[in-house]
Structures are given as C-alpha cells and as structure tokens.
Design a protein around this ligand. Structure first.
Ligand SMILES: [Zn+2]
Length: 322
C-alpha cells in the first residue's frame, strides 16, 4: 500500500472520513469505494500518520482555542476548573496534543465533550479519561461507543471502547454547564451526520463548535449506518445558521478550523443544490451510477471536491437519502 503524503493530509486534519479520498488520490486509480474496502489497513494508516502529524493551535476568543491535526478539530477551554475539550482526536496523537495543551496552561484536563461517536473524534477518550477528564455526550454517542458499530460505507466494524472511555454522563436534548466562568450550551440536532451529533456553544466567547455537521470547504461524509442523512445535514446546517451571529467563530468538524457564518451559509447552499439535483435525477428514474455520470455536483467540485469525499462518492451518499 502506498503511503499518502502526510503534509497534505495533516493540512485538513487527518481523519477516518478523509483517508479514503486521500488513498484514492495517492494510488491514482482506485475508486473511493474500492479504497474504502481497504479500511482495515487504512485505520492503521490513520493512526500511524496521526502519530506524526503536527498539532496546530489557534487562539480564538476569551479562553477558547482550537487544535487541528488529529482527526476532528478539537476545541479547548482553559481556566481554574481545569481544561474542557470538545472532541478527543485520535489516541496516538496523545503526546503532541498533551504538548499543545500544556502550552495553553498547566491545569489538568477535567472535562471532555464528544460531538458524536466517530473514531476520529472519540478515539482519544481513553487517555483523556485517564488524564482526569469526565466525558459528556449525547446518549446515542454512548450507545454507539459501547458496542461493535458497523459503518456500511466503510465496510468496517469499529470495536466498543473500554468502559472508562465511554461517556459517563449523557443527555437526550439540551444540556447546559458552567466551566471556567463560561456558559456552555449543548444542543442535540436530531439525526444529521449521525444520530448522535450535538453542537457546543461557548456563549460569552461567541464560539460555536458544530462537529461534523459542517465540513469547511469540503464535501462531508454522511453516516447512514448510524442515522445520518442528507436532509438531516441540511436541517443541522439551518440550525447552525440560526444559532450563529455574523461575528460568531464557527469551528467545523473538518476543514479549515476557524470559520464563520458566511462559509457555513455556502456549505448549506451547496448541500441544498446538490440534494435537489440528485433528487431530480433519481425521480427521472436514473440509477445511482447514471446519476454519478450526470455530474450533479459539477458546479461545486472546484470548491468542495478537492479533498476527502470526492464528487462521485458524495453523489452516492446524497442519492441514498433522496
Ligand atoms: Zn464524523
């Protein structure tokens, strides 16, 4: 198996959802589907690569920062109550994340929130819990992390996490907490990218982490195996737009980690246009392959199709849900 070029992968954050496209790009001829069938090897590749990918820290507002480079983008709130993290990255990044966290202050990690159950957001749960973090998430995140979970579009079975790495505190709808003087509002989307996604709003700092309901500048993965859908992604985008003000800093799950309402609006409009295009083709009786061949994403490929989920794979994901 060829190795992907690490700089281009770490540029976007190295994640499960990204690696299929990157692998196909490297090998030049594999379709994403074929590459995804290699996922067993690719999960090892993700871990190996995450272990040496740099972690980049962006200071945002008040005491909120974001770390890029280990799976999904990780938000960090610092202060006397101990650090609070939103998402845990990939376990093998432990040393590099620890170093980045130490540079933000010497208090321990006390809280961890998972935006959803996916590997590239929750694999670091085990070491962060051992380091002192209490883990909080939606109840469906705990459900998925507690059992073997199959992701059909990856042809991959994820093992249950050890009990210590599974969220000990869960909620169903909304949840509020106050840590380090910051008011933090957690909100369940309903089915979106999975059936376990939540947003995390740091109210005073006006920073909103939206997990994998937003991939900044790239086509998103949608996990139908655990309740995701294109309509759910659009509904979540509308909810994100309703929560965001013009000056809200928005942290996407993947892609350039410091974003804003205008970029989120562009992402939402892309989802709607492609859903409509694919829906019309499906209504005309086109098969999935005929729909891909009709290039319903063409107007957006230059902007969103340059990495991660390629236009054909994204079209297939949308086709499944219209
Ligand atoms: Zn995800």
């Amino acid at each position: 198996m060829a190795s992907p070029s690490l700089p281009s992968l770490s540029r976007r954050g190295f994640c499960l959802c990204c690696v299929g496209g990157a692998f196909a790009a490297t090998t030049g001829w594999l379709t994403p589907r074929q590459a995804y069938a290699e996922a067993r090897g690719l999960v090892s590749l993700i871990k190996d690569s995450a272990a040496i990918s740099p972690i980049t820290t962006y200071k945002l507002r008040n005491n909120v920062s974001v770390l890029e480079g280990s799976g999904g983008n990780i938000a960090v709130l610092t202060g006397p109550d101990g650090k609070l993290l939103v998402d845990a990255g990939i376990g093998v990044s432990r040393q590099r994340i620890s170093k980045a966290l130490a540079e933000l202050g010497n208090e321990p990690v006390a809280h961890l929130i998972n935006t959803h159950w996916h590997f590239d957001h929750a694999d670091g749960n085990e070491w962060l819990h051992a380091a002192g973090a209490k883990i909080l998430a939606h109840e469906n995140t705990r459900k998925h992390l507690s059992v073997v979970q199959r992701v059909e579009d990856w042809d991959y079975n994820f093992l249950a996490l050890p009990p210590s790495a599974v969220p000990s505190q869960v909620f169903a709808g909304d949840h509020h907490l106050k840590v380090n003087g910051a008011s933090i509002a957690l909100k369940y989307y309903g089915p979106a990218h999975t059936d376990s996604d939540i947003s995390v709003m740091f109210t005073e700092a006006n920073v909103l982490h939206v997990g994998d309901t937003f991939w900044n500048g790239i086509y998103p993965f949608i996990d139908y195996s655990t309740g995701g859908s294109i309509d759910g992604m659009i509904a979540a985008s509308d909810a994100n737009l309703a929560m965001a003000k013009d000056d809200t800093i928005i942290i996407p799950g993947h892609g350039k980690p410091v974003s804003n309402k205008a970029e989120l609006q562009g992402f939402r409009d892309m989802l709607v246009a492609i859903r409509d295009n694919v829906g019309n083709l499906k209504k005309q009786g086109k098969t999935r392959d005929e729909t891909v061949a009709a290039k319903p994403t063409a107007a957006f490929d230059a902007k969103f199709g340059q990495f991660v989920i390629d236009p054909g794979f994204f079209t297939r994901l949308v086709y499944e849900g219209v």
